[in-house]
Design a protein around this ligand. Structure first.
Ligand code: GMT
Length: 391
């Protein structure tokens, strides 16, 4: 296959979509493709020191004339410049708004200049559809941006179906599940546990998220509170957001001494490795990167069976699924795992095997590359203009 020049735009802050975009870029770069990240700052977990990976910063000036600074227009202008200079074959954008909208604007500008325009592939990660598409001020532009992209992917079958239902669109949407390549921990499990002040007999639950309301993090705390009679069950929180708002609830539940909190952790392998299981209580989750990451380290996961989560966790095999808000059931599942080390180990091994077989970098990257090929050979919107000048 020809080596491609690909522009990637994502939200660079802590969050699954940025992690997926960064991982995908790194894997493609390893295969010899040239990857140009275009955003207002480098993505959170992206290693910019690796070969074939470049970063192009979108500068935003604030003018008094505008009450709200705009990002979409400077992003589109930067996409035009990068596409032209680096002869991009594709712009793979994560999230329809504003990224696909900016990419479509960029391709229109290039075509108007009779220049080669990259094919636009948009990956849907969730919030676009589950929240923003229902807003009448955004819904139409999201629908337009999706339908005008050369190709559209969704990170789960659940999100694909929801997109079709919410937008009433006939646009074909390809499911490419997220993937995770677990890095090897650089420290021994016992050493990590000691540094986190965890004891040998503790049963440690890990929860990784940005603690947004959609994560229903209070439910996670409530599960711990339900297990007051098993004080050795601890909760390790790798937070991508502030913890302040939960402090009062923690005090009221009397669980403060059972929590270990770390913020904005990059080397998650050095923490998840020290846990015994995962706990995720989200009300919406188009995929659930935290769930997959936890399973990749051989830990069973107790989670609400919402959105794409049942596509990852096999109930009673790689963990336990519960109904949204059923804190008592989740506490029962944790109690079972904590009291039966053999079961926890078997489920953890099954979780790791499933993560490696179904959600590997190799599998997902191959699917993306095949999809790029399909899009590039079938999408008429971006063929080289006949009067191309100077590219
Ligand atoms: O869940 C978040 O708060 C972050 C959000 C994001 O934009 O990164 O995550 C979404 O994309 C992830 C990667 O595809 C998925 O694993 C998450 O399930 C999805 N979040 C929601 O659907 C709420």
């Amino acid at each position: 296959m020809k080596k491609l020049a690909i522009g990637i735009t994502c939200y660079p802050t802590v969050g699954g979509s940025g992690i997926v975009a960064s991982q995908l870029g790194s894997e493609l770069a390893k295969l010899g493709h040239r990857i140009h990240f275009i955003s207002y700052e480098p993505p959170f977990r992206l290693d910019l020191g690796q070969p074939n990976v470049f970063f192009h910063k979108v500068e935003i000036n604030e003018y008094q004339l505008f009450k709200y600074p705009d990002y979409t227009l400077p992003l589109a202008v930067k996409m035009v410049a990068v596409a032209q200079k680096h002869k991009l074959d594709l712009l793979h954008v994560h999230y329809a708004v504003p990224h696909a909208t900016a990419a479509l604007l960029a391709t229109s500008i290039l075509k108007a200049q009779c220049r080669r325009a990259p094919h636009v592939v948009t990956t849907l990660h969730g919030t676009d559809i589950t929240l923003l598409a229902r807003d009448p001020n955004l819904g139409p532009i999201i629908k337009y941006s999706i339908e005008s992209s050369c190709g559209v992917t969704a990170v789960s079958e659940s999100l694909r179906k929801e997109t079709i239902a919410v937008l009433r669109t006939k646009k074909p949407i390809q499911v490419v599940h997220n993937f995770y390549r677990a890095a090897a921990p650089s420290r021994e499990r016992a050493a990590i546990r000691r540094s986190l002040k965890l004891r040998d007999g503790d049963f440690v639950l890990v929860h990784m998220s940005n603690l947004r309301p959609v994560k229903r993090f209070l439910d996670t705390l409530r599960v711990l509170a339900e297990l007051q009679d098993v004080p050795r069950v601890k909760l390790l929180i790798l937070a991508g957001g502030g913890f302040e708002e939960f402090k009062a609830a923690v005090k009221e539940m009397g669980i403060a001494d059972r929590l270990v909190i770390r913020r904005d952790v990059v080397d998650i392998e050095n923490y998840v490795h020290a846990a015994d299981a995962g706990l995720y209580t989200s009300e919406k989750e188009s995929f659930g990167m935290g769930v997959l990451e936890t399973m990749s380290f051989g830990k069973p996961v107790v989670a609400t069976g919402v959105g794409g989560v049942p596509e990852i966790v096999i109930d009673r095999k790689t963990g336990f699924l519960a109904k949204l808000g059923d804190v008592k059931a989740m506490a029962r599942h944790v109690r079972k795992l904590a009291s039966d080390p053999k079961l926890a180990e078997e489920m953890g091994a099954a979780a790791k095997a499933r993560a490696a077989e179904e959600f590997s970098a190799e599998k997902s990257v191959t699917r993306y590359l095949e999809y790029y090929q399909t899009v590039m050979s079938s999408c008429p919107g971006a063929e080289r203009m006949s009067a191309v000048a100077g590219d």
